[in-house]
Write a protein of this length. Structure first.
Length: 247
């Protein structure tokens, strides 16, 4: 049996100045304060130039997410297992919770759960919205720019009280983003199913389920889905942020 390439110093992960691809064989699982019982892989963080953090959470026994620090909003997407918020709301796989800054809610995870976690410094343009929970299957799939081969499910309300989006994009085989996007908004992304080719800056990466990506502001980006089954990714986006805001 040949040794896996990851045992020979190889990885598909690439950390570049304005974008990053983070593949599972290079994830580092660590304990973190505020996450008793959980292991966390911090994949995207301000240390690499991002304005948000994207992490994966896993636990073999019971685990919890204590309230995040001051000013920090959190979005949790359940990948496997389940969770219960301290207000009694339950999360099943593909269930999600948005917790605004200063939310006192705690999340208790069932043994064997996995979740994706986005955190950011909330930049309110008005009254801060309250906590909310939901289920991805209840979010309608809207065709992107009129192409029904490619749909977007938005999990957060699109009103200006929110400074962040978290969406799931689904691509039929062969579907592509309609053009190379360049925009001021930044993304964190987790491939959920399928795979294809992701263009980031002037690099083209093969990507598959489990891979994560950071796209900094203005990074040229494009995706084409390959294979015989649909591809899906979870993607966050800084939003409603005027480009010239106070530092
Ligand atoms: O919402 C977006 O900007 C999305 N279309 N970007 C992406 O999929 N890379
Ligand atoms: Mn984009």
């Amino acid at each position: 049996m040949p040794a896996p390439l990851s045992r020979l110093g190889a990885t598909r992960s690439e950390i570049c100045p304005r974008h990053a691809l983070l593949t599972p064989e290079s994830h580092e699982w660590i304990p973190l304060p505020g996450w008793p019982g959980a292991e966390i892989a911090v994949l995207v963080s301000p240390d690499m130039g991002a304005r948000h953090a994207m992490s994966l959470m896993r636990c073999s026994g019971p685990a919890a997410a204590e309230p995040a620090g001051p000013g920090i909003a959190r979005f949790v997407f359940c990948l496997e297992g389940g969770a219960e918020l301290s207000d009694g709301a339950a999360l099943a796989p593909e269930g999600f919770a948005f917790l605004p800054p200063e939310s006192p809610l705690r999340i208790a995870f069932a043994p064997g759960s996995r979740a994706a976690v986005f955190e950011w410094r909330f930049e309110p343009l008005g009254p801060v919205p309250g906590a909310l929970t939901g289920q991805l299957s209840d979010c309608p799939g809207l065709p992107l720019k009129g192409d029904d081969w490619l749909t977007v499910q938005k999990m957060l309300p699109t009103d200006p009280a929110f400074d962040f989006e978290v969406n799931v994009m689904s691509f039929h085989p062969g579907a592509t983003l309609p053009y190379v996007e360049t925009h001021v908004m930044e993304h964190g992304l987790l491939m959920l199913d399928g795979g294809g080719i992701y263009r980031l800056d002037d690099r083209w990466y093969p990507v598959t389920a489990g891979d994560a990506i950071w796209m900094g502001p203005h990074v040229p980006q494009w995706f084409g889905a390959l294979g015989r089954a649909p591809s899906r990714y979870l993607i966050c986006k800084t939003f409603n942020r005027p480009p010239l805001r106070p530092a």
